[in-house]
Design a protein around this ligand. Sequence first.
Ligand code: NAD
Length: 489
Amino acid sequence: MSTETVTETGYPTVNLYIAGEWCQGGGGQTAPVVNPATEEAIGEVPLATTDDLDRALAAAEEGFRTWRDTPIARRTAILHRAADLLTERAAEVGRIMTLEQGKPLAEATGEARRVAETLRWHADDARRAYGRVIPSEPGTLLTVRREPVGPVAAFTPWNFPAGGPMRKISSALSAGCSIIIKASEETPATACALVRCFVDAGVPAGVLNLVFGEPAEVSAHLIASPITRLVAFTGSVPVGKLLAAQAGQVMKPTLMELGGHAPVIVCADADPVEAARRAAQAKFANAGQVCTSPSRFLVHESLYENFTAEFVKAAEAVAVGDGLTEGTTMGPLANDRRLAALERLTADAVKRGATVRTGGTRLERPGYFFAPTVLTDVPADAELMIEEPFGPIAPIVPFTDLNEALATANSLPYGLAAYTFTESAATAEYVTRALEAGILSVNHCGGSVHEAPSGGVKDSGYGREGGPEALDSYLITKRISHRLGAPAV
Ligand code: NAD
């Protein structure tokens, strides 16, 4: 699929992609890439220098002019071709993703296929980025037009090595923007494989640039540049606030997809077995490292024991292992920081009186493996009930009164995803209206889809990805009032 060298670990050489050229950073600095299932270094990621970033900025400025003026039918055709190439290469992209991130091969390959669909959807949607004609006085044409905002600086994390970058690249390129993307240094080869699909499909030089580096230095440099017109970030709340503040200093718009701590309210009339099965499936997907992962389970006291028993059964049925091994349903955590965080959160909860119903420890083997974990009797002041675990831990607590559960659900500064299980349409309506979150699901804990907007409220960020709303951040609105001369009649 590529001309890149592949090492004996099966991991390709990682490059930066700047101004239409694959290259190593000018400073010769690199960082190791680690396979989280083995803890072994499998490759190196080059780190961009300030000069590399300046070349990327100049290229994005030039690339924006080229791409903005490329007929939309041609732009769309190129993006569809990139999506076709990604679909063809999904198995290989999935293998690379599993090597560097750890998720099971089927999940990784599925992610590569799904994001090709995301690209197709945005490419088609951009063809309908209509403006409007406003009734005005005779002799004046008053129109509203939507135009690409300009070069985008985007920053994406390691949990969805294809999904994160593709959401930003597909929205930017569909809208007619150029982009410099700094994908995660921990999952860089998947980002390279995605970019290669665009390059091979004919995206002109400068339109799409990929860099890696020291995150804080790269973001500070790109945000400060007058060439950058939009800052798009997915990641943690503290880093999102930092980047939004930097962008505020230079009056740049930002798109912030940050973390959450998603409550699941299981109402008294729900089926506890079905609810537990569905919630557990979502909980352990990607080893819980999903910003919308269900992470606080508030269960009506009448269902509490049945729900918990079924959840424990589901947790114990998870096949934990190397994502490349057939039959694995949950891989390792993506890095050792998560392992340390989960050990800390579990120890704190137990110290405060929580009971470990299953799991609770890392696995005794190489790799960042943590057992699927269920905790009960977790007090409200445990760190686990306040801080997003971003891992395979499910704290389950009972409630008596629905309004009390809603107050608990809304008590944190986050508002990304929230879930409820109930047989009553009226209760579902009451609960979804009351929950402070941007992504709500009833009777399932399904993930994001490209046809619908995803995003948060409160500290979880602002702006939306997916759906027609995804283009809003990447387009500016121009009002044009045209006083016409006398017609030649
Ligand atoms: P982190 O806060 O250090 O980093 C989060 C992401 O932001 C990483 O990809 C990192 O490379 C990037 N980053 C960090 N500082 C940056 C900067 N100054 N400029 C640009 N990018 C920067 O934490 P982490 O250990 O990687 O992840 C821990 C937490 O982050 C998790 O607990 C979770 O809450 C959150 N997270 C959220 C998402 C999401 O999809 N919203 C994804 C990954 C991590």
